[in-house]
Design a protein around this ligand. Sequence first.
Ligand SMILES: *Cc1c(COP(=O)(O)O)cnc(C)c1O
Length: 485
Amino acid sequence: MNGIVGASGLILDELLLWEKGGKGRRGMSMVAAEVPEAPIAPELCGEGPDFPDLSEIDVVRHYTRLSQWNFGVDSGMYPLGSCTMKYNPKLNDRLAATPEIACVHPMLDDASCQGVLRIMFELQQFLAAITGLDAVSLQPAAGAQGELAGMLIFAAWFQSRGERRTKILIPDTAHGTNPASAALCGFTPVPLKSGADGRLAVETVAAAMDGETAGIMLTNPNTLGIFESNIRAIADVVHSGGGLVYGDGANMNAVMGIADAGKCGIDVMHLNLHKTFSTPHGGGGPGAGPVCVVRVLEPFLPGPRVVQDDGGYRLAAGGPESIGRLHAFHGNFSVLVRAWAYIRSMGPENLRQASRLAVLNANYLKERLKGTLHLPYDQPSLHECVFSDLLQHGAGVTTLDIAKRLIDYGYHPPTIYFPLVVPGAIMIEPTETECRDDLDQFVAALKAVVQEARDNPELLRQAPVRTKVRRLDETRAARHPCLRG
Ligand SMILES: *Cc1c(COP(=O)(O)O)cnc(C)c1O
């Protein structure tokens, strides 16, 4: 039974009609006009869409109820690995919503919007400092678009040198978007196998590197939550073969102010502001994936970028070698404002501390849960740890069942079946914002679920049982989406 049972015993669901409203209901009343009505030419107004008529309370209740059926970082722990679903200070939302910032029209001339240009300029500088790279473009509007920009920069660089290189090395622990981005730019992704310790070995890269290889794309920390500690030696091998090194920096939350991408030998790297820097990632909402490069690649960056000179701040279009624009205007500007506000309010030492705590929390969970769940790579982890359902196979319980049952305990499920190198993966990223009590409670919930898997596996296969919507047929939902209630 899906409905909420009310005190009278009625199933409230059946009373909560999805289609609301009735002709003639009103959410407001207009004051009488003080001037005579002026008729508007019918061709200017036409027939409006047939929206339902609703009173204010209909609308408020509808959206409030929807928000209560939803799960978000503000309602509970959201350990969705690889997404860094941390709590973000509301102050940053408030600043991004300031009318002086939110209402600036993107076609204003530079002189009229010095304040927002300054925010963009400073953010470019902050991100250069955080990554240890030299130049930044805020153009890409998502992590994957940052990768695309990076691959276009690789292609433009080799073209400018008259070299034709067609392959990109990508380890099996990279994020799935990496090979897709490389392929979109016409490169052939060459998969590399990681070692038994979950790291890429220098010899593996050396053996694969040849004159047709444009470079490597390395997610670091990788999707096992493990730091690719051979990164510098790997970069040296790739560079000496004439290739470039792309660092996928979406997992920056683990290493802010601690690992310097420039010193690691990375030439191009994107960041996910909608993970690390104060905008949540989940739900497919707006994002920003700035791309950062070493000095020699600066001419290829997408434009426009903000520069500062005697006249103040201004938008400078890319030069002749630039890969151009990635979209109209400046992307999801409010995400940039949140990142700027977050970095300014935290300062370098607190950013570093956030990363340290994110790593501490993941290691704490890893140590407390290994044995309860199978830990395929027993290595010190960074910001997330990856388990599997191997120990539950005997009971016929899978990762999906465990994830669904966790929902009944009030948790958003971890990321499941990713990374692909771990069959039945359960990828947990607690982030720095969970305190020890909350981590302990999460451990207790997972242990209880695993105990249930032994005692009553059917319970897990039926889960979730306490939610508004029971287990979905995800394939059918994707193939035949029903977008009405
Ligand atoms: C999230 C993520 C991406 C892609 O970012 P989107 O904004 O979702 O496109 C790329 N790489 C890694 C490692 C990620 O975690």
